[in-house]
Ligand binder design. Sequence first.
Ligand code: PAF
Length: 279
Amino acid sequence: MRIFHTIAEIREFVRQARVKGHSIGLVPTMGYLHEGHLELMRQAKKQCDTVIVSIFVNPTQFGPGEDLASYPRDLDRDAAMAEGVGVDAIFNPVAEEIYPSGYSTYVDVERITEKLCGAFRPGHFRGVATVVAKLFNIVKTDYAFFGQKDAQQVLVIKRMAADLNMEVEVITVPTVREHDGLAMSSRNVYLDPEQRQAALCLSSSLNRAAAEVGAGERNAAKIRQLVIDLIKDEPLAGIDYVEIYSYPDLEPVELIKGSALLALAVKIGRARLIDNIIL
Ligand code: PAF
């Protein structure tokens, strides 16, 4: 497995892969890899001849006071894990390679970025869309793989790719969970054992909601309130949002019919955790 730090190097690697007639798959990450990322890479390996993983803690998607400086980083560990699932190359640029002095261009996806995480993290999706657009342009990938845990992120990227006529197929991979249901996240390392236990309220409340819908409840406000009450029972948990929207359009829903996204963001200690389920 090769590790590249510059745009010129990764472009040359892609050029050589293309000469061999290879299809290219990209797994964009911010590193500190976990089983969820490895699952994206395995899917990419199944579908593409050459798989590239980008590892870049993207400063433009962090707001003031967020965890940009403390975001966990360990390239050696990440490289060993990626190599273990057969990744062909890692692209690990420094911030100045992606945002050189004078950098002034950003991608703003409207409307679907105004709710859920977009409402609580102003500018977050502008940073995500910008860096992903740049990665798509740098790698010229055929396929790109993202996790369903970041449901809104995937919708934003699909919207951007469609609106800007990008020749890339965006593939969504189901959320990977720990044995007890906690969605895998690089930010889980912020949790101490007591907080880790408290964090189970996210997945357990989602499962309870799914069971209620399975039993015939269709009233979105009731389901939302049930989830809020369940999370409020956990003293260490602070809710940012619990919302139900139509999926994939993210329009308000009163009655759950067709696909609906139940999404939540909850702060536990210094970790802000997100999770979701399609009802
Ligand atoms: O999901 C992430 O890790 C990031 O938001 C992404 C897509 C790599 C962009 O920085």
